[in-house]
Design a protein around this ligand. Structure first.
Ligand code: PMT
Length: 419
């Protein structure tokens, strides 16, 4: 198992400036981000050059801003693809209505839009435009489209606009944008170099070719966890039961159906994992017998059928009680006394931490958009109120990364003491 690697380069933010009046605030934005420890490269659209002086941007960023794909000297120093790869995040501020439309359409007709398409880094946009332009259905459609592509939309704020109108459309203040992007980037890197294995979804235990025992897990919470770990810099392997979710980009996905197959896939990959998060709702029992042909009804009204079940192996328990083992985080789906049962389950299965959700509440847990959980570990408990599963996942990854780093530090100190 590798210890968490330290990653020493500064956060690198590619700031794309659109052609709106709020562009005059971007030198402050650059300064605010640099003062929070980020390195900035600036790219302007042709229109942005009318609103902000490139000399000011060069002075505050310490680099020559770029605006065209056709600058041979700049391309020789760092080509547009390299620029896209260099960035840990791309921030587009201000993002005008026209720029949002071009981004939503996936155009690559200038340096900024090309770099955005060529990057795998997270993209943030800070819209700024006239209120009516912001509220126009076309703009809202484009914003939704960008959100669906994984772009984070920061703002806009409400208030008086440069054109004298009031309403939503002002760019957020530079400090607010800098805080949001830099905080997200810090979270983004907490698992750099760490290998994470996640299980998600239900398992199916077949009785015959068409009938099985399963549960209502949709896989959403586990997939969100895997994505949050990936966004935090981890190398993620996801073992997924039968779910209707697309494969997340940048994650190795292994599809399985039964608990036995999930156990085998976990056993294959756990040796190279630093952290194992068991979100899957693994069926506790399977039919003792599998009938190769579809079982027929007896034909007698009111007849009974008895299916004998046997217990599946406990996947997370077997990993947590073996040595060497990764940092193990389980989940507990409870319908009563959730916290008490969760605490007991963590100790019984020898897990480093457990995430408890009360699945008697239909609005959270199984097959819902939101969740509300309590993370229980050796040193305490953290309650996360109801929020979308992606947000729960991000918060859990922050907590898990901190616990994992603390354990790695304790091991390191113990090794030094024993030498
Ligand atoms: O998939 P979603 O619709 O988004 O719903 C999310 C969820 C409700 C499924 C998720 O948040 C959750 O609670 N997952 C754990 C479900 C569960 O099986 O809980 P459990 O209390 O029965 O199991 C405890 C732990 O043991 C879990 O980490 C489970 O993965 C693991 N387990 C259970 C049985 C078994 N044979 N092997 C295991 O590894």
């Amino acid at each position: 198992m590798s210890a968490m690697q330290s990653d020493t380069h500064l956060m690198r933010i590619l700031l794309g400036i659109g052609g709106g009046i709020a562009a005059y605030k971007t030198p402050s934005l650059v300064r605010d981000m640099r003062s929070r420890g980020a390195e900035i490269a600036v790219v302007l659209t042709e229109n942005a050059r009318r609103f902000v002086a490139e000399t000011a941007l060069q002075a505050v960023s310490g680099r020559k801003p770029r605006s065209t794909l056709w600058d041979a000297d700049a391309e020789a120093a760092m080509g547009h693809i390299e620029l896209a790869r260099w960035a840990d995040a791309v921030l587009i501020a201000p993002a005008t209505a026209n720029l949002l439309a071009r981004l939503a359409a996936g155009l690559a007709d200038d340096l900024l839009t090309t770099a955005r398409l060529a990057t795998t880094a997270p993209v943030y946009v800070a819209p700024a435009m006239n209120t009516r332009m912001w509220l126009h259905p076309a703009t809202q459609r484009n914003v939704e489209c960008l959100r669906a592509d994984g772009v984070t939309v920061l703002g806009p704020a409400d208030g008086e606009q440069a054109c004298g109108e009031f309403g939503p459309g002002r760019m957020l203040a530079p400090e607010q944008i800098a805080d949001a992007v830099v905080a997200a980037l810090r979270t983004q890197r907490v698992l750099a170099g760490v290998r994470v294995l996640v299980t998600a979804g239900p398992t199916r235990e077949f009785l015959d070719p068409v009938r099985f025992i399963s549960n209502r897990s949709s896989g959403r919470q586990g997939f969100a966890l895997a994505e949050a770990a990936r966004d935090a810099g981890a190398q993620v392997t996801l073992v997924a039961g039968p779910v209707q979710l697309p494969a997340p980009a940048g994650i190795d996905r292994i599809d399985v159906v039964s608990a036995e197959k999930m156990k085998a896939a976990v056993a294959t990959h756990v040796h190279t994992a630093d952290i194992f998060v068991s979100v899957a709702a693994v069926a506790d029992y399977r039919p003792t017998e599998f009938y190769a042909q579809k079982l027929k009804k007896s034909g007698r009204n009111g007849s009974e059928m008895h299916v004998l079940l046997e217990e599946n192996d406990d996947i997370v328990g077997s990993i947590a009680t073996a040595e060497p083992r990764p940092f193990v985080v389980g989940f507990a789906a409870e319908t009563q006394n959730a916290l008490a049962y969760g605490r007991e389950k963590r100790l019984r299965k020898n897990m480093d931490a457990i995430v408890v959700n009360d699945v008697s509440d239909q609005a959270i847990g199984f097959d819902s958009a939101d969740n509300a959980v309590t993370l229980i570990h050796d040193g305490g408990e953290v309650a996360l109120q109801k929020m979308p599963k992606a947000a729960i996942a991000r918060r859990l990854i922050e907590e898990i990364a901190a616990l994992y780093a603390a354990r790695a530090a304790r091991k390191h100190t113990a090794r030094k003491r024993d030498r």
